[in-house]
Design a binder for this molecule. Structure first.
Ligand code: GLU
Length: 489
């Protein structure tokens, strides 16, 4: 299947847009088809510089690069494929040609109504509690007057003539059979007075010429679909299939909004979410696999995804779930990759981390504990800066480590560890020797491990004492224990 993502370059890429792109990409992958990227920039006032590059880099980050259309090639924006151009502002003549054809065939008409008149009309309709729609004043213009005004070049738009008696029924891949009454469908503007098409005309022309088989787009376009189907019919073309994906909702079931949370994909990238986590999360917004499985890579999604399992109801954007998935995906990163990424981040704060040959052993200690890579440098700080240790931290009522006992415990630690040769400095040996010694002196495991960990890290929470001691090495371990003893005195 040929599917497409057709964003308007009006700023950031909305997470809902990214989900739509993902669904379209998945269907193309599943069917060994093609995923196109088309830029819908016919609203020139709303187009924003740099927005296309941002869309492309976000898709690339997400792992769903387009196969055809607008794409990045060696860092430069390019267009690839035989059905281009893929940027609507470069296709204006095509839209004008088809608008003209519709006009000639009587399926569209010129409308000269001014913005003021349309506003007045709309206000009147709203006051009468009618749905606002064009009242067709211009269809009643005498033919001669119409022609004169066109010849004079009076500003006008081209509108689609919708047969009011028609009933539009179509099958949406997500919503099933959908019906709209013709008299509720507005005579849509197809071509604006500046010669630019509206979305409605432009995307129909493009979806046809670009041979799109399936249109996946947001639910907000569902009610416009009758106009689009009518356009396909009037132009003598076969329409694609449609799938309208459900809205994204805030927790309180209102439409996902900037006021309640970030809606720009780039904000999630900036916050340090992994692409795997965000895409896994977006896939589950509206789609369910019909099984207990929750973790899906793009490859697994390609296997499992189906539009039939996408719900009609809005999907709640639950950040708790996203963070959970993020944690899952961080842990799934192979240690080497996790360590590499973390080493770069850590070196920004502690430059010596850049040359630390044992960095990956340190990273391994926190792999299970971080949700965001950004938390890593703080957790590893004690490896690179001398920890601040206090008596309050070394003692611990819960572990029955009283201040009075601390001198004995720290001595035990220093003496026992001091006797372990550097080449036997492993967690197993440390554990064996320390626990044996503790037992001899009638101390519990907690009573020796808490002060050891606290002395080595200066933190109330950290990876386990043996692992930290091994990662620090014998020399530093003993030095830090000395430091703790000095604090006691
Ligand atoms: N440019 C439209 C939008 O950004 C595309 C809708 C569609 O996919 O047809 O909403």
């Amino acid at each position: 299947m040929r599917t497409r993502f057709a964003p308007s370059p009006t700023g950031f890429l909305h997470v809902g847009g990214l989900r739509t792109a993902l669904f379209a990409w998945l269907i193309a992958r599943q069917t060994k088809g093609r995923f196109l990227l088309r830029i819908e920039d016919t609203d020139q006032i709303r187009s924003v510089e740099g927005a296309v590059e941002n869309i492309l880099s976000t898709l690339h980050w997400a792992g769903i690069d387009p196969d055809e259309g607008v794409m990045m090639r060696k860092g430069i924006m390019a267009q690839e494929g035989t059905k281009g151009p893929y940027i609507q502002s470069q296709r204006l003549e095509l839209y004008q040609k088809y608008a003209e054809q519709l006009l000639q065939n009587g399926h569209a008409y010129a409308c000269f109504c001014t913005a003021e008149r349309l506003t007045q009309m709309r206000e009147g309709q709203m006051a009468r509690k009618q749905a606002p729609m064009y009242d067709r004043l211009c269809t009643r213009l005498p033919k001669k007057e119409m022609e004169e005004r066109l010849a004079r070049g009076d500003p006008h738009v081209i509108r689609l003539l919708v047969p009011h008696e028609r009933v539009f029924t179509f099958t949406d891949k997500i919503r099933g059979e959908v019906t709209f009454q013709g008299h509720t469908v507005d005579d849509q503007v197809l071509l604006k007075s500046d010669g630019f098409p509206t979305y409605h005309l432009a995307h129909v022309v493009d979806d046809h010429l670009m041979e799109i088989d399936l249109v996946i787009r947001g639910e907000e376009w569902l009610s416009s679909t009758p106009k689009h189907l009518l356009l396909f019919e009037r132009l003598g073309w076969t329409p694609p299939k449609y799938a309208h994906v459900p809205l994204l909702l805030n927790k309180d079931r209102t439409k996902l909004s900037k006021r309640q949370q970030s809606v720009a994909a780039e904000e999630y990238i900036g916050k340090g979410y992994l692409p795997e986590a965000l895409m896994n999360f977006l896939a589950l917004l509206g789609w369910n696999p019909g099984s207990e499985q929750e973790i899906f890579s793009l490859a697994e999604l390609t296997e499992a995804f189906s539009l039939e399992r996408v719900q009609k109801a809005g999907a709640i954007f639950d950040l708790t779930k996203l963070d959970w998935l993020q944690g899952q995906w961080i842990r799934r990163l192979p240690l080497a990759e996790f360590a590499d990424r973390l080493q770069m981040l850590t070196a920004e704060r502690y430059p010596e981390a850049a040359h630390d040959a044992h960095f990956s052993e340190k990273a391994a200690l926190i792999h299970e504990r971080v949700t965001f890579l950004e938390e890593g440098p703080d957790m590893l700080a004690f490896f690179y800066v001398e920890p601040k240790v206090s008596v309050e931290l070394l003692a611990n009522a819960k572990q029955k480590v009283t201040k009075e006992l601390l001198t004995t415990i720290l001595k035990l630690l220093t003496d026992t560890l001091g006797k372990i040769p550097a080449d036997a400095w492993t967690t197993d040996t440390l554990k064996e020797k320390l626990l044996a010694q503790a037992k001899k002196q009638d101390l519990s495991q907690g009573q020796i491990l808490w002060p050891l960990r606290a002395a080595l890290t200066g933190l109330p929470y950290s990876p386990g004492a043996f692992e930290v001691a091994v990662a620090l090495g014998k020399k530093t371990t003993l030095a830090r224990l000395e430091g703790a003893r000095a604090v006691l005195e």
